[in-house]
Design a protein around this ligand. Structure first.
Ligand code: DAH
Length: 359
């Protein structure tokens, strides 16, 4: 004797209610409604019944099938909600917990020194100018009075991009000097800007990395002369290195984009193997500078009969090494947490002239 529909219904609904998880629930579904399930088999048997009995039994079977499908859907929704609740409570995060102190970030010496020199130049009325890391030949060389066959091109160990359709090649800028040209072409004089940023040369040893940082300075006015250049750089060096009466010397030099040109050294001592900035019997070169070449002014759209100015360029990584006694430039870019813990700066110690540059 086969099971009655009522018994089948009671048994199946009981199994649905008792299914502990989605897999168990699916087994119940297959046993009742699957291809070989109890209800499916009964449906197949309808064909043997007489018309009247078939209609009556068919309706009862359909009602039972619907009731079971509905019970399964309800149980499935309940099981899914329970599993989400379980996951939420087992994976709970307390976002109000304070950060672990040993994970506090440090400011990289390059960022710190960039902020420090910006603080000093901002005090002197300089604004910040910017240019792209990827430059064209005109801005990086040509407009700075460095024509194609100029020997200065060899010194720059330039990274070149693949030639473009017209044969010209973009470069990774080899210095921040192209920002001078961009700034002159987009602003009317008088001008007083610094341009800190990344620069690139194909070179690597204790004191050179393929990517490094420079800061460019440009001052243009109607009566600017070499005395302004010297005074400005002296004020900067004394404030930046925090040494009063810092010995400085301006040595004659050559750059294609300035005339006359100079390199600047600051005094230091190396007694006992310790580098100390200030009075001593040694010198350290820290920057290049000069009066902006008339051709460069003209390339920047400025009339050299009316306007003159000075410019300078300085390696930021280099002055960071000098000021904070960091021996190897390559370590700057190793991303070693122990190094940044040792040489880094507190994130909330923003350098200002009135508060002290580095604390
Ligand atoms: N661009 C030069 C370099 O990278 C540095 C420099 C020298 C910049 C003299 C200047 C300057 O603006 O006047 O070596």
């Amino acid at each position: 004797m086969t099971e009655t529909l009522d018994a089948l219904k009671e048994r199946t609904l009981g199994a649905i209610a008792g299914a502990a998880d989605l897999a168990a629930l699916d087994q119940v579904r297959v046993a009742a409604l699957g291809r070989k399930g109890a209800i499916t088999e009964m449906m197949k048997g309808l064909g043997t019944l007489a018309l009247e009995a078939r209609r009556e039994q068919g309706q009862r079977l359909n009602a039972l099938k619907d009731a079971i499908a509905e019970a399964i859907a309800a149980r499935q929704a309940a099981l899914e909600a329970a599993s989400i609740d379980a996951r939420l409570s087992s994976e709970r995060l307390d976002v109000t917990l304070p950060a672990r102190p040993e994970r506090e970030g440090r400011v990289h010496p390059v960022s710190q020194v960039t902020d420090e020199l910006i603080a000093v130049f901002a005090e002197m009325g300089f604004a910040i100018a910017e240019g792209p890391d990827i430059e064209d030949d005109f801005h990086n060389f040509e407009a700075l009075n460095i024509p194609p066959e100029h020997p200065a091109r060899q010194e720059h160990d330039t990274f070149y991009f693949e030639p473009r359709a017209d044969g010209s090649r973009l470069v990774l800028r080899t210095h921040t000097s192209p920002v001078q040209i961009r700034h002159m072409l987009s602003h009317r004089p008088p001008l007083r800007v610094i341009a800190p940023g990344r620069t690139y040369r194909c070179d690597s040893d204790m004191t050179h990395t393929p990517m490094f940082h420079q800061v460019e300075g440009l001052v243009i006015g109607e009566d600017i002369h070499m005395g302004h250049l010297k005074g400005c750089l002296r004020d900067f060096c004394e404030a930046f290195f925090e040494v009063a009466d810092l010995p400085m010397r301006f040595r004659p030099s050559y750059f294609p984009f300035t005339s006359p040109s100079a390199e600047v050294d600051i005094g230091c001592s190396r007694s006992g193997g310790q580098l100390k900035i200030g009075a001593g019997d040694d010198w350290l070169e820290i920057l290049g500078c000069g009066m902006v070449h008339p051709k460069v002014l003209r390339n920047g759209g400025i009339d050299p009969e009316r306007w003159q100015g000075f410019a300078f360029g300085m390696g930021i990584d280099r002055i960071a090494m000098l000021k904070y006694g960091i021996p190897d430039l390559r370590s700057f870019f190793d991303a070693d947490l122990r190094w940044i813990d040792h040489y880094g700066f507190g994130a909330l110690d923003v350098p200002t002239l009135f508060g002290g540059l580095a604390r």
